[in-house]
Structures are given as structure tokens and as C-alpha cells.
Write a protein of this length. Structure first.
Length: 191
């Protein structure tokens, strides 16, 4: 498989899975640090990623380790988007831990470097994670988003997610309040 991350001049994002990512020693070694850069920069700019303050390097390294362990156990998927060997986005889903929820997973995070917005990175990551969920036998993929994140909500709707609930003014960022929007993709209803 040509991953496109070894050459130069790549114009389309390449969404590597965890195995492909870790099989490239250079990319694998730099992943947590590159992920930290993206997440911290986005949070610093006000992105709705679950942090009020930018996460620390250690926090992101711990998160990356947790995701990789889940992938190895068959309980998650990780995708890393690259343009010319530069990490420009990441996303992952994790299977629900409760035994009664095991056929389902939560799309935890899609984060795209601000410099790569509009290049199809979020769409490529999300589509790849949906395909990974299908292959893993996931029946329902869920996610939540902050209500003011219109671009993300439009992207999710365009990929088949539907809103199934909303908590008004649930997310608190200082004095500001935002809705928490719950979406789902029922993979049982798709061919």
C-alpha cells in the first residue's frame, strides 16, 4: 500500500491507521509530540476538544498510549493524517467498556491543524474511522460536539450521522455556555 507519506509534494491527506503509523519508526516516534502540538494549538485558539487550557505533553502522551493499547486490544481505532510527512490531524474511536455496550464505540476526537483546514483532512479522518468501525463490527458509532462547532456538525451530518440529543448550555467555558450535541451513525442500517 502506498501511504504517500514518504514522498514529497503530497496534496491529499493520508490517514494512516495505528499499524501503519507505528511501522514507520520516525513517524511513530514523533507522533505524541506532533499530536501535542496540534491539540495544544487548537485548544489555545478556542477549539472544542474537551480542554479549557492546552493539555500538557505528558497528558497527550498518556492519551496516545491509552489509545494505542485500546487499538491493540481491538477496542479502538486511531488515524493520523499526514501531508508531506507532517502530522496535520488525528482522530480515534474507543469501544464502550460496559459489557452491554460492547458493540458500540464513541468517536472521541477529530483534531485538524488550523493550517490544514479546508484540505479535506477532517473528512478523510472521519471516513477512515467509520470504515475501521465497520470492519471491527461496531454497530453504532456515537460522538458529541459543542453546539457552536458548526463545521464539524455539518461534516458529521454529511457522513450520515444524525443528532439524537442535545443538552442546552451544558458546556462551560468561563462565563460562556454551549449546547452539547449528541450524534450517532447506525452502521446496522447501512450496507
Amino acid at each position: 500500500m502506498n501511504t504517500g507519506v514518504t514522498g514529497s509534494g503530497t496534496t491529499e491527506p493520508v490517514a494512516l491507521d495505528a499499524v501503519e503509523l507505528m511501522s514507520d519508526p520516525d513517524l511513530g516516534a514523533r507522533f505524541a509530540e506532533s499530536a501535542h502540538r496540534i491539540l495544544a494549538d487548537l485548544v489555545r485558539g478556542g477549539a472544542a476538544l474537551g480542554w479549557v487550557e492546552p493539555p500538557s505533553r505528558d497528558e497527550v502522551a498518556e492519551l496516545c498510549g491509552h489509545i494505542v493499547r485500546a487499538v491493540r486490544a481491538g477496542d479502538g481505532a486511531l488515524r493520523a493524517a499526514y501531508l508531506d510527512r507532517r502530522l496535520v490531524g488525528l482522530g480515534y474511536w474507543l469501544r464502550y467498556a460496559r459489557p452491554t455496550h460492547q458493540p458500540h464505540a464513541d468517536l472521541e476526537k477529530i483534531a485538524v491543524d488550523a493550517a490544514a483546514h479546508g484540505r479535506g483532512v477532517g473528512r478523510a479522518l472521519t471516513a477512515a474511522l467509520i470504515a475501521d468501525a465497520r470492519r471491527a463490527g461496531i454497530e453504532v458509532l456515537t460522538l458529541d460536539a459543542r453546539g457552536d462547532n458548526g463545521n464539524a456538525l455539518r461534516l458529521y451530518r454529511s457522513l450520515g450521522f444524525t443528532e439524537y440529543g442535545r443538552l442546552p448550555d451544558f458546556v462551560a467555558v468561563g462565563d460562556r455556555r454551549y449546547d452539547k450535541v449528541f450524534c450517532m451513525l447506525d452502521l446496522r442500517r447501512q450496507d
